[in-house]
Design a binder for this molecule. Structure first.
Ligand code: PHE
Length: 342
């Protein structure tokens, strides 16, 4: 009897299976309720006492060997299936790869850059940490000028010496000053970038946001050129060509104006966006003040220019009907991935 069990052990050790079904048949044959092992265990009580020890040890060995074999075959087969799953079928379509998406601010910024580059504007950039001269004084905003209060400034250093302040730029007009200092007219440049203002954070305003400012300086640049350029921009950007200029004030431009684009009142959204007026304010602009040109070593008797500036965040909020400006800087993927198709 013991020899018979030993034969089974050898048989189990040599067994190989090609499918899960074969493993299952094998398992039932040895380890099932009506399997061989049970038969041997039932037989145990009939074995003479002096053989009981060896008999017991041998059936236990058969049990261990059979269970291990079943586990080992099952694992090997699943592994094989997995490998086959990946490499077995070469006609299988590829796994979809998640594509990243651009930030809505970048989408709007790139669109603005693209529109102006088509009419000869290049892109200029400058530091976010600025000195008093480039952010204020050169732009016709001397110390104690009341208009400095229009832009609540974050100061980094405020030494006693007049004009030595170091601050976070409040607008990208500072880049235009740098550009004029370093380049001869004709100048056609737009300056996109992040700006900072010490304002209470809410759904409508943040302590940092983004601007694109534009500058054109050459001989004989007129207000008519400014208006034409703005109209070209609104047509390309929004598909709307009707604009109006409202007189306004900026220290660095004279005359100055606020630009509204006629959005229309066709849908409920139009009503909401324009507060029922049909008009949307999109930027400030004006003819560069001769003092500013002088400050940047450009002769105002020879050259004239226009400048304009707009908030990218505001335009992105409007275009995508985003209810809260803070969403731009929260980095919530559920928000950001909605801009995939653009
Ligand atoms: N620098 C102005 C601002 O930040 C915008 C502006 C730029 C207005 C150029 C007129 C001309 O509000």
């Amino acid at each position: 009897m013991i020899d018979k069990i030993k034969e089974h052990i050898a048989e189990v050790e040599a067994f190989i299976a090609k499918s899960h079904d074969e493993v299952e048949t094998f398992r039932i044959k040895y380890l099932g309720k009506k399997g061989l092992l049970n038969d041997f265990f039932t037989e145990f009580k009939n074995v003479p006492n002096e053989q009981k020890k060896e008999f017991g040890q041998t059936i236990n060995k058969l049990k261990t060997v059979a269970s291990e074999k079943v586990n080992q075959l099952k694992a090997a087969l699943s592994n094989e299936e997995e490998v086959k799953g990946i490499y077995g079928d070469l006609t299988r379509p590829g796994e979809p790869i998640e594509l990243g998406s651009r930030h809505p601010i970048s989408i709007v910024k790139n669109k603005i850059i693209d529109i102006f580059s088509r009419i000869g504007f290049n892109v200029s950039e400058g530091p976010e940490i600025e000195d008093d001269w480039h952010n204020f004084t050169a732009l016709n905003l001397p110390e104690y000028h009341p208009a400095r209060d229009m832009q609540d400034t974050f100061f980094i250093e405020k030494p006693r010496t007049v004009g030595a302040d170091v601050l976070l730029r409040t607008h990208t007009s500072s880049v235009q000053v740098r550009y004029m200092e370093n380049n001869e007219p004709p100048i056609r440049t737009i300056s996109p970038g992040r700006v900072y203002r010490n304002e209470a954070i809410s759904a409508r305003s943040h302590c940092f946001f983004h601007q694109v400012e534009g500058l054109y300086v050459d001989k004989g640049v007129s207000f008519a050129d400014l208006k034409q350029t703005l109209q070209y921009f609104t047509t390309e950007m929004f598909g709307k060509s009707k604009i109006r200029l409202r007189p306004s004030y900026f220290p660095f431009t004279e005359p100055s104006a606020e630009v509204d684009v006629y959005w229309g009142l066709e849908t409920e959204t139009d009503y909401k966006m324009t507060k029922g007026t049909g008009w949307l304010e999109i930027m400030g602009c004006g003819m560069v003040d001769p003092n500013v040109l002088k400050n940047c070593n450009i002769d105002p008797e020879v050259y004239s220019g226009f400048a304009f500036g707009m908030g990218i965040d505001r335009i992105a909020l409007l275009l995508h009907q985003i209810p809260d400006i803070r969403m731009f800087s929260e980095n919530d993927v559920r928000f950001l991935e909605q801009f995939k198709s653009l």
